[in-house]
Design a protein around this ligand. Sequence first.
Ligand code: HEC
Ligand code: HEC
Length: 351
Amino acid sequence: MVRGRSRPALGGALLLVGALFVACGAETDPAQERREKARADYRRYCALCHGARGEGYAADAANALRNPEFLSTASDEFLRRAIERGRPGTPMSGWAAQRGGPLAPAAVEGLIELIRSWQTAPDKDVDNITVTGVAMRARATYDIECAECHGADGEGGDFMSLNNPEFLFSASDGFLREAIANGRSGTVMKPYAGELTPQTIDDLVVLTRSWQVDPNDDPIKLPSTDLGDFVLNSDGDPPTFDDGRFLKVDALKQALDEGMKLGILDARPGSDYVTEHISGAVSVPFFAPDEYVDQLPKDTWLVAYCGCPHAESGLLVDALKERGFSKLKVLDEGFFVWKDRGYPLTEGAMP
Ligand code: HEC
Ligand code: HEC
């Protein structure tokens, strides 16, 4: 894997540009501007789950990005792929513009630089480590030691997933072994080095690797910004929602079953919508309300949801309130509880 952390040529060019700006008496320094833009992007798109300074867990399962053991083993390429493509099927969206997110390539690089600036431990080259083991031998250990936090087969639970195709594509065997052996200080992921033998740790790596499947590389067809006639049951009665901010998933399901008139807005980036969304919902990403506001009715109840479970939907509802809407609800427990209940879901770009 390419680490590509230092770019002396680019750094030199930026210094030169900086010097020219100073020489011409201009006030702005491009490197400074880039850092400020990255901090603003981080505040807007990442802090709601990963915390204001990357400390993690502002939303469930959103890991600590400033963790020293994480940053010393995660290459720039690892971070880039995670940010651009996300971890489909988890609350971590694809944030690149090609995935329906708000970030151009330069903005992704700015975020990598910002996250890298939090690193306190030296880089470790984990990508040339060879691990040999037997998956079956680790099964019982995994069930006892790991499943309660990472899910029975690594699908995630209280904490992050281990079987995600995007994660396993990026994470080398050495990356996995380091994470298990040394843990992640300041989090509940403890070091297993003293507790399990090196061979058991390697067997756990091989078990984790056995869950790997190819990431989906099909080009994604993003949802249209033309919402069409998206109000559901347009001849039905309006629901009698209270004036509280939140609506429970069971109450939304019931309102739909009773044929109530309402609209459902998916506040996540477009790639999440395409992966799977609540049937009948339209995509209105929380970071771009103005592209849609003229198409939304003010006299119909609109229910917004996301996966985190309600931070992005809350931002969308607040933005719509500022623009004069009042019949708004935030889906309380969010997309993943709707999914766990077995309520209707649709894949692809259409409601
Ligand atoms: C809605 C909540 C949410 C938002 C917003 C979010 N993330 Fe995440 N992020 C997560 C979760 C949850 C995971 C772990 C996913 C899993 O189960 O694998 C994650 C994983 C990651 C990872 C991979 C970490 C690892 O150890 O594998 C990186 C890097 C990351 N996020 C960066 C970002 C950046 C940068 C942003 C802003 C552009 C962002 N995230 C926005 C929830 C979020
Ligand atoms: C008490 C809960 C808990 C248990 C038990 C646990 N983990 Fe973790 N694990 C976590 C958390 C939380 C993180 C992310 C920490 C952070 O914020 O950086 C993590 C991170 C990891 C990572 C890095 C994932 C990534 O995307 O960067 C691996 C690999 C991992 N754990 C494997 C294991 C294995 C194997 C076991 C059992 C031997 C185990 N964990 C037991 C909570 C747990």
